[in-house]
Design a protein around this ligand. Structure first.
Ligand code: ATP
Length: 198
């Protein structure tokens, strides 16, 4: 049976970059946040439930109104939980259907909040990507329209990197891309070996 490697790490650590490098080695990857966005856009059931929760403004001309939703959940954790309760089970079901179509020895599922949602037991192996906080902040500033303060407050709400690393089978310190690529090749071989010998 196909094994599942959970890929996680804090904001801007390089999860998606790492996932894409595994993909280049032939590993099927599932980026949960991207799939959630696609499902929020396309699933009629999610659309209905989000409109029930937040009102018609969730969608404008059939397009998900991200800024409206972001403004609603800003400082309202309970609303965020309610949205997650609508979206997460559908993403989980979508992942299970996707998984049945994969034939590789293992797949990678990128989940930003893997430890925060206590999902460790859903994975055969866990891989955490990490990088120094200042590096992560700078990478996100370069990539998004976010301020240093925004990013710091997201970091403060995430589990400390040390706790993620101590609960992981593999850790990638994503500093130089070249070193990360070499680490990925080694980890890929190690995972294949572990699967072969299990
Ligand atoms: P998020 O949690 O915000 O989704 P992430 O952990 O998936 O982020 P990425 O999107 O992979 O992180 O990387 C964040 C930014 O840093 C991207 O613009 C990416 O191109 C860049 N980046 C990632 N790794 C490196 C690296 N080793 N060297 C330089 N830039 C990098």
């Amino acid at each position: 049976m196909t094994k599942i490697v959970g890929l996680t790490g804090g904001i801007g650590s390089g999860k998606t970059t790492v996932a894409r490098l595994f993909e280049a080695l032939g590993v099927p990857i599932y980026i949960a946040d991207e799939e959630a966005k696609t499902l929020m856009q396309n699933s009629e059931m999610i659309q209905r439930e989000l409109i029930q929760l937040l009102g018609e403004s969730c969608y404008v001309d059939g397009q998900l109104n991200r800024s409206f939703i972001a403004s609603k959940v800003f400082n309202d954790k309970s609303l965020l939980h309610q949205i997650n309760a609508i979206v997460h089970p559908k993403v989980a079901a979508h992942f299970e259907r996707w998984l049945t179509k994969q034939h590789a020895p293992y797949v990678i599922k990128e989940v930003a909040i893997l430890f925060e949602t206590k999902s460790q037991n859903k994975f055969d192996f866990i891989l955490t990507v990490t990088a120094p906080t200042e590096t992560r902040i700078q990478r996100v500033i370069n990539r998004d329209q976010k301020t240093k303060k925004d990013i710091e407050s997201i970091i403060d709400n995430q589990l400390p990197e040390s706790q993620k690393m101590s609960q992981s089978d593999f850790v990638i310190h994503n500093n130089s891309l070249l070193e990360t690529e070499i680490n990925i090749q080694n980890i890929h071989k190690e995972i294949l070996n572990k699967i072969k010998n299990s």
